[in-house]
Structure formats: C-alpha cells, structure tokens
Design a protein around this ligand. Structure first.
Ligand SMILES: NC(=O)c1ccc[n+]([C@@H]2O[C@H](COP(=O)([O-])OP(=O)(O)OC[C@H]3O[C@@H](n4cnc5c(N)ncnc54)[C@H](OP(=O)(O)O)[C@@H]3O)[C@@H](O)[C@H]2O)c1
Length: 288
C-alpha cells in the first residue's frame, strides 16, 4: 500500500523544501496543499481518516508547514480535534523548519554536557526557530532569556510559550546590536536565530564573554548572524567557547526531518511537535 503524505501548508504556496524532504523521508506520494486554515482543513482530514481500514491507516499521514508558526500551531491543533477513536492519522508540525532546526541545534549544544542551570540568551528569538530553541533549551534545563527588538512582541511570544508548554521564558528587549551585546554579557549560552542575512552580533561583542561556553548561529544566509563563527563550526573552540554554525547542525536537521517523516508511517497515532522531535534529535545524535 502506498504511503501518502498530505503536506498542509499555511502559506498560499506550499514549501518545496518540505515536499522534497517528505519524499526523501519515505513518502511514496506527497500531495501539497497551500492556504490551509482551520476553516478549510476539515474535508482534508476527513479524507485522511475515513478512507483506509484500521491496519492500513498508518500509511496515510499529515504534515503541517508554512512560514507562520502560530498559524501552524493553530492548524495542528484543529486537525487533532477532528480525530476520534481510531479515526486518526499521524501528524507532524514543522512550520519554517522550526522544530527540526531547533532540535538539531540544541541536541548538539547539550551533546556530552549538561545544560542544567546554565544561563541562555536567544537573539532574534521571536521567530519560529527561536521560539522552539527557547522551548528545547528550557527542556534541557537552561534558564532562558528570549530577545527581540520590541518588548511587547517579545512578551507576547513568551506568554504564548508559557501557555503551550508551561515553562517560564524571560522576554528581553534589545532594539539594536549594541543592546544585543549588552543582553548577552553574562550569558553562558548564546543562540542567534535572527532573520536570514541579518547580522545580529559583532565578534568583539562576544569574544570577551568570560562566562560564555556555547555559541550557535542558525542563519545560513550571508552575512552570518554572529560574526566570528564559521558556517561549518561544530563544537569548534573560539574565544574560549564552543561555536556551532548553521551548517554544523544543518545535516542533523535534515536527517531528523527525514526520520520524523518516516516515523509518521510506523503507526497512525503519532503527534510530532517540539517535545517528540527534540527526543528524536537526541536519539539520532546518540546513535551517530
Ligand atoms: N540551519 C538550518 O538548518 C536552518 C533551517 C531553518 C531556518 N534557518 C535560519 O534560522 C533563522 C531563524 O529562522 P526564523 O524563520 O525563525 O526567522 P525569522 O522569523 O525570519 O526571523 C527571526 C527574528 O529575527 C528578528 N529580525 C528580523 N529582522 C531583523 C533585523 N533587521 N534586525 C534584527 N532582528 C531582526 C525578528 O525578531 P523581532 O522583530 O522580534 O526583533 C524575527 O522574529 C533564519 O536565519 C533562517 O534562515 C536555518
């Protein structure tokens, strides 16, 4: 029986990246839909849950993507509300690659060490990737401050994360690069998840950080988010800290994304969001 993945994208044009990785992850057929919302997803979910018998339902799965994480979360939740009894299929949320990118990054940060009790700062943390990095670093035991340029937006993001995940993440306003330098001064972990191609920090702003142990940058579009890090850094010693560049954890991100798609077809009752995807990243890294 063919493995069918319905790619439900909240953007009007479905992501090619997600489509390719879905094929590489083991789906035989990937059907992309754009502009999906809770208001129009109903018939698509019905089509997925009512067509195949109990033993065969695991061969149908749903993937929620798109650039807007809040829209993705809302859609993800609406889909699950339609499930009842055995009338369900496995579903994964990875808007803008947020879960898989953050999970790969944080899994590397904690590889071979405990992050418990460490002070972490996330620059550009209000975007999809930064939000999930905040959640996973907190899950790993770090105390997290999430930095954005406007306090009201940053506070809103932290409140939403607190409601969804029941964790405390502290919002910090830093309107420009100087303010971001001040925000990381006492940090032991710095992760930059600013928008593609935006320089978030100069090398001189972090090279003297006496407490800094781990520094990571998710931005793979030049210029890098953190000056002084190389794209391919993976636990590379720099200025007394270990540095991780976007390509340093990018291979794990891709492997994880593929692996999660493959797992959707193992049973019809899987829900893959931040918690589950982070666990899979830890397991994948442990096996490598
Ligand atoms: N390595 C990988 O495998 C991988 C995979 C996916 C994504 N990425 C990269 O990960 C990063 C984060 O992705 P994302 O989708 O979460 O990013 P995003 O939503 O585009 O941007 C993240 C945050 O950056 C801040 N920002 C935007 N423009 C800025 C500017 N001019 N100056 C300072 N801050 C600015 C915004 O926060 P405020 O407005 O609140 O300040 C925004 O919420 C991106 O660089 C993306 O390319 C990497």
């Amino acid at each position: 029986m063919k493995k069918l993945l319905y790619q439900l994208d909240t953007d009007s044009i479905p992501s090619v990246f997600d489509n390719v990785v879905a094929h590489d992850g083991g789906a035989d057929v990937v059907v992309p839909y754009g502009g999906i919302t809770p208001a129009n997803v109903g018939p698509l979910v019905e089509g997925a849950i009512f067509t195949r018998g109990p033993k065969d339902k695991k061969n149908t799965a749903l993937f929620v993507g798109g650039s807007d994480l809040v829209a993705g979360e809302t859609l993800f939740s609406a889909i699950q509300k339609q499930f009842f009894g055995s009338f369900r299929v496995s579903v994964m949320l990875d808007s803008n690659g947020a879960n898989t990118t953050a999970a790969a990054c944080v899994a590397y940060l904690e590889q071979g060490r405990s992050l418990a009790g460490m002070d972490a700062v996330i620059l550009g943390g209000t975007g999809p990737v930064g939000q999930r990095v905040a959640v996973m670093l907190t899950q790993a035991g770090a105390s997290v401050r999430l930095v954005g340029r406007q306090l009201s937006r940053t506070q809103g993001v932290c409140e939403r994360l607190s409601q969804r995940f029941g964790m405390t993440i502290t919002p910090v306003e830093a309107a420009d690069r100087d303010a971001r330098g001040a925000a990381i001064r006492d940090a032991e972990i710095v992760v930059s998840t600013g928008a593609a191609g935006v320089s978030m920090l100069e090398e001189g702003q972090w090279s003297h950080g006496s407490r800094l142990k781990l520094i990571a940058d998710a931005n793979a579009s030049p210029p890098l988010g953190i000056d002084g890090i190389d794209m391919k850094d993976r636990a590379t010693p720099r200025h007394g800290a270990l540095a991780f560049g976007p390509l340093g954890f990018g291979a794990l991100k891709l492997a994880l994304h593929r692996e999660c798609v493959g797992r959707l077809f193992e049973s019809n009752d899987q829900t893959l969001d931040a918690e589950q995807i982070f666990e899979r990243a830890r397991a994948l890294l442990a096996q490598s």
